[in-house]
Write a protein that binds this ligand. Structure first.
Ligand SMILES: [Zn+2]
Length: 401
């Protein structure tokens, strides 16, 4: 292993400029969710050029590439998304320019651009780790598989399609979402709950004739914020449940009408000790309380479409039950430094693999706090080190023949 790490180090050092240019080129291709075609084809063409055994792009614009192993080893699938959130007010979002990190609140040399951190840096490193192994003649026993998926930022249709339609699956999955070079073993689940509050419309010039649904909703929102959200249980692994109101609409939407209905949505990140049933019950308790001291209060709890009851959509790859976590720690330590083990604050596509019984580990360059911001960037050194880490993980998990 020491030998291989040294070889990959030399390869990255010798191809430093080319590795950087590869990420810059990738960032220069706009790929907001739903428009991933060019980025997917770019990846597939590159994997082809780098002598991957097979490459393809599916109808949703998920790019997939495999370096076939010699047999007898576990396969490793590296998953990263190629779509990104809107650029907003970012300056030169597709420049991929090299900057001094100080200008962005970071340090060292960085590559700037939309998706640098979330997460083209990681996807580029996945593709290049395969290239490095191919050029160095490192033959793995298990398959080395890379997928750059579409639609992650808007629900995960890309990864779902690679699993269900392409059966692009392996013995171990690595998600490259930003971990700041640490090891992530899971994350909380996500629940979307809504509340419809009823009132009675009337002319806004005489509001006393109606019941303003927006005012009634405010009472409930205040209780969710001040009473329910702070009181949720803390889990030893996942930490706290978070809950916040993110959207609100009224009907009719007219300047001069007291609204007869107000609907608001709650984004809740939960753990196994705080289920959909729990949240449902707490929201209904609040409604009962409000009804008890206001006879005009009328509200119903609703769920987002396709909400599966009691589903916990997070996951945790327990090191005590999954030896692959220990192996990953060894590989990362040998090729970089010993990582801390933790969980992501946000959700990832790892949630689609974990229920299939596949151990899912996470490692990526970039820091969570820069994702989706105008300061989107990745440190050059972290990006280059990630290529080494991915190659070392592949050698450890797939075994070298
Ligand atoms: Zn992401």
């Amino acid at each position: 292993m020491t030998d291989i790490v040294a070889q990959v180090n030399d390869w990255v050092a010798g191809n430093r400029e080319e590795c950087i240019r590869f990420l810059q080129d990738f960032i220069s291709i706009p790929s907001p969710s739903g428009e991933e075609g060019d980025a997917a084809r770019f990846l597939a063409e590159k994997m082809n050029e780098f002598n991957y055994t097979t490459t393809c792009v599916d109808t949703l614009n998920d790019a997939m590439g495999t370096i076939k192993g010699t047999g007898g080893g576990r396969s490793l699938l590296l998953n990263g998304h190629i779509d990104h959130v809107p650029v907003g007010e970012m300056v030169d979002p597709y420049s991929g320019k090299i900057m001094d990190g100080d200008e962005l609140g970071d340090h060292g040399e960085v590559i700037y651009g939309r998706a640098a951190c979330d997460m083209k840096g990681a996807v580029a490193a996945m593709v290049l780790a395969g290239r490095a192994m191919n050029e160095l003649g490192i033959r793995l026993k298990g398959d080395y598989m890379v997928t750059g998926v579409a639609f992650e930022e808007v629900g995960g249709a890309g990864t779902k399609s690679t699993i269900n339609d392409s059966k692009f699956l392996a013995d171990v999955v690595l998600i490259g979402e930003a971990t700041n070079m640490q090891l992530a073993l899971g994350h909380r689940g996500t629940m979307k709950f809504g509340v419809t509050v009823k009132g009675r419309a009337c002319h806004a010039s005489a509001p006393e004739r109606g019941i303003n649904a927006l005012y009634k909703a405010m009472k409930m929102i205040t209780k969710v914020k001040d009473e329910l959200a702070p009181s949720t249980p803390v889990h030893p692994i996942y930490g706290k449940t978070s809950m916040t109101v993110t959207q609100i609409t009224v009907s009719p939407e007219a300047f001069n009408v007291v609204p007869e209905e107000c609907k608001f949505w709650i984004d809740c990140r939960n753990h196994p000790d705080f289920t959909a049933e729990d949240l449902d019950r707490h929201l209904n308790d609040i409604i009962d309380e409000l009804k008890a001291d206001d006879s005009e209060f009328d509200a119903t709890v609703i769920r987002s479409p396709n909400f599966e009851e009691k589903t916990f959509s997070g996951y945790y790859t327990d090191p005590d039950e999954n030896p692959v976590v220990g192996e990953a720690v060894e590989a990362i330590t040998e090729s970089y430094k010993e990582p801390n083990k933790g969980i992501w604050t946000f959700a990832t596509d790892g949630r689609f693999y974990a229920p299939l019984g596949i151990p899912v580990i996470g490692f990526g360059p970039g820091e969570e706090e820069y994702a989706h911001t105008q300061r989107d960037h990745v440190r050059v050194q972290d990006y280059l080190d990630t290529i080494k880490v991915y190659a070392a993980l592949a050698c450890k998990i797939c075994d070298v023949s």
